[in-house]
Write a protein that binds this ligand. Sequence first.
Ligand SMILES: Nc1ncnc2c1ncn2[C@@H]1O[C@H](COP(=O)(O)OP(=O)(O)OP(=O)(O)O)[C@@H](O)[C@H]1O
Length: 819
Amino acid sequence: LPSTFALAARRARLRASTPVLVLVAKYPTPGASKTRLAASGLGDARTAEVARAMLLDVLARHARAGPRVQRVLLFSPPDGAHADKFARLLREAGCAEGDWTLVPMRSTDARSSNLTAVLMDALTRVRARFAPVSTTIFIGADAPTVGEDAVRAAIVAGLDGRAHLCPAEDGGYTLLGVPADAPASIFAGVRWSAATTAISQAARLAEAGVRVDIGATFVDVDDAASFEDLREKLAADDGQRALCSRVWALIEHGVAAHAEPNAGAADAPAAAEADATAAEPLRTGACSDAAVVARAAQAGELQLVRGEAFGIGGLDEALQTIARRVLATRALNPALVERLRLRHTRGLLLHGPPGTGKTLAARALGRLLGCADERVRLVAGPELYNQYVGRSESNVRELFADAEREQREYAEAAAGVGDAGARAPPRLHMLIFDEIDALTARRADTDGGSGASVTGSLVLSQLLAKLDGLSPLNNIFVAGTTNRLDAIDEALLRPGRLELQLEIGLPAVGARAQILHIHTAPLRREGRLALDAAGLDALAALAVNYTGAELEAAVRAAVSRTVVGARRGAPWSVSARELEAGLRDVRPAFGDADGREALARMCARGAPPRAGAAPNDGGGGDGDGRAGDAEIAGLPELCARVRSAARGELGGGTFAVLVCGAGTDALARARTRAAVAAARAADAPLLRVLASEEPRLLGKRPFERAEVLARTVREAHRSPVSCVVLEHVDRLAGAHLVRGLPPCAGDSATPTAARVDFDRELLGAVVGALTAQPREPTHVCVLVCTCASDAACDALFSRTAGEDAFFHAVLAVGHKVSS
Ligand SMILES: Nc1ncnc2c1ncn2[C@@H]1O[C@H](COP(=O)(O)OP(=O)(O)OP(=O)(O)O)[C@@H](O)[C@H]1O
């Protein structure tokens, strides 16, 4: 109760105080503002016009904000001449006398261009001038769509002592409401003009003990891409268009930026361009409470980590998890980290199919960690190998050398020996091992001590030694990417090594739309994309199982098609038709193209040897189990069940079908046709056919065959719906006939009949494939198996007796399965 009263009293006090809205604005002088937008082909004069129009819109829009709100125009350059110019702008915007108070921008230190100093000073002066002040809300002139609702939300949050932060789409922020109790130091150490500006600001607020509400996201215009985003937003929203009438008028009169912008950097309130300070890693600042660890990781702040700011689509959740696990402790003061004996997460392993953005995500993490590009090293696995004895291991040691040297110098300086200049904590280095499986294949898997395997093992041992030896100050972060988690030596995955492991799977439909949006952005900016967002969404729905890299390739293919198809000199733009054709040009690795070809070959094998029959007509059937194959009793019903299973009507999981039939050639063919029909009924976007006579299986040892089978099924499970045909499952399981013992005169041994036996390893692999369930509970995998001999079929059933749930559907072609 007392605390409830205290809170109510504070609220009442704050309600009686004045909220102040501070617009940070730089005068739109040609050549001196929005340099990146100007460089994008718009030119200095037009860019200044855009900047001016946005400033006028913002002034007019917020002049009408709530009656008790004080409005300050914090202007730069801060001289008398510009004060007059801004006064004229205010009149031009239709503002009444007193709507805005003109305050020249000033910084408290010699570096007048430092945005941190500018904002700290502004906060202190505003609080002194309008005391008592409740919330101080900073906005910029580059975000004309930031509205009254956002300002109101900031004022309300301030009454409860919370900050309110509206992110920009590029990782910066467009509005910050600072509550009355927050110190001005919340701006110290913020990384301005970066894709991590918003999260860095949120981390600083958390360190100061201020909770943050994350508000709506707005466009912050500073380059061609964001200007185009603004155009799209205004075009789609009548209300916003009316409130941003000046900038819209310019857009309507054909102002457009053209060249490829420098993506990724962000401005926080308008004057961010003026900030010349070097970006600092996220580990400065003072804090005194271990609870800040929890605060830094609180969900609100993590919403600020957006893949789009790094040109990554569909990986927001993965990036937020990485940020939570990796950034939270690194946002703390190193001294506190030492006192609390905290150990940062020092390693990350991203695994998943090729081309899904694992390397992109690892690089984005480097930027989130404030690692300058020269301190991020991308190492391709095989690059480290050297034929000379010991060279490969020394290559590994060299990778760590710089970070270790900096760490040593710091430790020496702290102990009073060595160079005193090295007292600043060593900066973070990042190593990204691409295809780390090449480097660290499981030591047990390396075959029998060949030269290569011994080197691989030594390289891994060296890497493990280096990871274990990293000093507690943790000035190095190691990330690995792989397509084969199963091939990674477990020693590498232990805590303290690559302890955070995340799967980056095939992108779902929303993620595919985002990726297409990212890769078509340059076309859109150039006015060469004849497709809106809804069109891209429709395309994404078509591109089932395409990875990010394949979507990018499809866009490239569409551009080539359009350019080739366009008449010489005629204007061209990429349409939905070309993008669809581009998708068809790219064969997705997790698609059905290879499977369809294999199925067509199977279909040809299944055709009855009838004179004049087309190879693909399945002998009087079209192979889909609906119209033809009438002579195979039960096939239409089987196909109907498969279809319903593939649609998810029977729930997620593995759905196995066994088609048996042997004895005569006609039965064998009918069996093959039935399997093809069942596989086609599944109509799965991922289709694989594995036959025992497969070239990739021939001549292979049982464990290698088992591995191919396991990998095929594992990959199939990545797709929402998949179908794997195991032709001759009995042979895949290594079925063979064991001759019986004949009765023998004078011998006590009982005579036995011939029986079918299996290779234990292969049978294990087949049973494993039949029982394995996709990790995603909604994914469906249809396994269509054929069995080539009655005896093997019976044996397979007797082997799996009690577990006949293996086969959810059995079609016995021309004979009766005994089980
Ligand atoms: N999620 C994504 N968003 C945007 N682009 C993507 C995405 N995933 C992949 N791409 C595109 O594909 C290219 C390759 O991606 P990346 O190298 O990160 O994949 P990967 O998963 O590391 O592949 P590999 O396992 O083969 O190394 C990227 O440069 C990018 O253009």
